[in-house]
Design a protein around this ligand. Structure first.
Ligand SMILES: Cc1cc2nc3c(=O)[nH]c(=O)nc-3n(C[C@H](O)[C@H](O)[C@H](O)COP(=O)(O)OP(=O)(O)OC[C@H]3O[C@@H](n4cnc5c(N)ncnc54)[C@H](O)[C@@H]3O)c2cc1C
Length: 495
């Protein structure tokens, strides 16, 4: 046991702390040189950057327990990191803290066909799970567009979604069990292979907790049988309103598509120029609607969807003729963020969710805000879930464009709250949306969130300063909690 003086010395001296880590980690798993720390300075939201004091790369659960124990004893902040593809600054390091990379936790531990589940380490890439179980005609449903790179640990921490989550649920609905290390270095097992568990639903609490309650070191995921048949319809529209209304129409009909995605005109053109997916370059908006199931069911639903699309004034409907064309239609959508990167030096990806019936009106308002802030915007999103991803285009090297992009983004978040939605659909709050949390929640609600955090991490060492704003910050921000239908800012429309 160290003395208080030794503890203080360790906390303030990165060299001493690194030495302590090296007593149980190989020296190449403890990084302290600036050039080694640099790759960890940000996630996908690169406008926020910070060099960590130390990066550690453990490869056993026991090492993770020891790292957390040491940080806890020495009052040192610690941030878990998966693949760093997050878009809200969730794995942004603390300058006086440790960055815990789970990159070496990259093994699929077990594929249990009898229970139709897979147990994986948190650093396993999302797509690697479906690839591993493909020979058994199974798949892992949550499929973020970043699935080629993002990790299962990051997916759980953000409760990630994707194209197929409309029908098959988000990460939280496809998770059976997690093993988590607490800030005290204790290993907890939460959930089980059984479909229900006694006690509070801590599995749901852990999912989407943005690395603030514990470090996930293992996860058991549900696997689903691959549908016998899948078919995708591409529909173009002359107005965004018609496309938005068609989404509401399809959902209202009782059909649950496997995916229902929407792209507006700039997004269509950017994707087509990049991927050559066969998209209609002159359309104002486009829907991709995937239906899956047994073959006769899919055929019947395709017919119904085509009728609904026509009733909503679609300009053109195309049904993918074979698996290659289906893959090409999706390739454009999956590469849409990358393709927008080709038409603008920088973009700021927003993430908010609204009731689907407001899609058309909210998109019209975003377009007005685009003119007001004098910044272009493209929209590509999970329309079936009402999960918007406006991409605000800006140039970080041009004076005040980043500030304008952030202010524009804040207005979009507040617009989502005002129509009864939320400030995040799947990218989390991270650093990015702390102020909007002050708008979405009352002081009492935020205080309860802090109480939950304190129950797991009394000293606030795990991913400090993220996801839940301090009440002091909200007071400084001068936020008003917004009720649905209430207009906090004169320029916001009443719905
Ligand atoms: C091009 C692009 C497309 C995207 N598309 C989607 C999409 O369709 N849907 C979607 O939901 N997201 C999407 N994202 C966002 C991002 O990929 C997801 O949030 C993803 O889940 C992050 O995983 P990661 O491994 O990169 O996590 P990181 O960015 O490393 O971390 C994210 C958060 O998880 C925490 N964390 C990571 N690992 C652990 C762990 N083992 N234990 C505890 N906490 C942990 C971190 O502290 C941080 O708070 C996209 C991102 C990009 C760049």
């Amino acid at each position: 046991m160290n003395t208080a003086a030794e503890n203080t010395a360790l906390t303030s001296d990165p060299g001493l702390l690194a030495k302590a880590f090296c007593s149980f980690l190989p020296s190449d798993a403890v990084l302290t040189e600036e050039e080694d720390l640099r790759p960890y300075e940000c996630d996908g939201l690169s406008a926020y950057r910070c060099l960590p004091m130390i990066v550690v790369l453990p490869d056993t659960t026991d090492q993770v327990c020891q790292i957390l124990r040491l940080c806890s004893e020495h009052n040192t902040p610690i941030v878990a990191r998966g693949a760093g593809t997050g878009l809200s600054g969730g794995s942004l390091p603390a300058s006086d803290g440790v960055l815990l990379s789970l990159a070496k936790f990259n093994r699929i531990l077990d594929i249990d066909l009898n229970n139709r589940c897979a147990t994986v380490q948190p650093g396993v890439r999302n797509l690697a799970v479906s690839e591993a179980v493909e020979p058994y005609e199974l798949f892992y449903a949550p499929d973020p567009s970043s699935q080629i790179a993002c990790s299962i640990g990051g997916n759980i921490a953000e409760n990630s979604g994707g194209v197929h989550c409309l029908k098959y649920g988000l990460t939280v609905h496809n998770l059976l069990e997690v093993k988590v290390v607490t800030i005290d270095g204790e290993l907890l097992t939460i959930g089980s292979k059984a479909l229900d568990n006694p006690g509070y639903d801590l599995l749901a609490l852990m999912t989407g907790s943005e690395g603030m309650l514990g470090v996930i070191v293992e996860a058991t995921l549900k696997l689903l049988p691959k549908p016998e048949s899948a078919q995708v319809v591409m529909a173009s529209f002359d107005t965004v309103k018609d496309a938005g209304d068609a989404v509401a129409g399809i959902i209202a009909s009782g059909i649950i598509p496997a995916g229902l995605e929407m792209m507006d005109s700039p997004a269509i053109r950017a994707a087509e120029d990049f991927v050559h997916a066969g998209y209609p370059r002159d359309a104002a908006a486009m829907l991709l609607c995937e239906l899956d199931g047994i073959a006769p069911e899919v055929e019947e639903q395709i017919e119904q969807v085509c009728k609904l699309l026509k009733a909503h004034n679609t300009a053109q409907v195309r049904i993918a003729q074979d698996a290659q064309e289906r893959a090409r239609f999706w390739a454009g959508r999956k590469a849409s963020f990358a393709s927008v990167g080709r038409i603008s030096p920088d973009y700021y990806c927003m993430d908010g969710t609204i009731p689907r019936k407001h899609l058309a009106r909210v998109l019209a308002r975003i377009s007005e805000l685009s003119e007001q802030f004098d910044l272009r915007v493209t929209n590509v999103f999970h329309a079936g879930d009402g999960n918007l991803h406006p991409l605000i285009l800006y140039d970080a090297n041009a004076s005040d464009q980043l500030e304008r992009a952030e202010a524009f983004g804040s207005k979009i978040s507040e617009l989502c709250i005002e129509v009864g939605g939320t400030i995040t659909g799947e990218h989390g709050v991270g650093m990015e949306k702390l102020d909007q949390m002050c708008v979405q929640f009352r002081t009492g609600e935020l205080a309860q969130f802090h109480a939950v955090k304190a129950a797991f991490d009394p000293e606030g060492l795990l991913n400090p300063g993220k996801a839940v704003p301090t009440l002091h910050r909200c007071a400084e921000f001068g936020a008003m909690h917004v009720h649905v239908g209430q207009v906090p800012y004169p320029e916001l429309p009443r719905f």
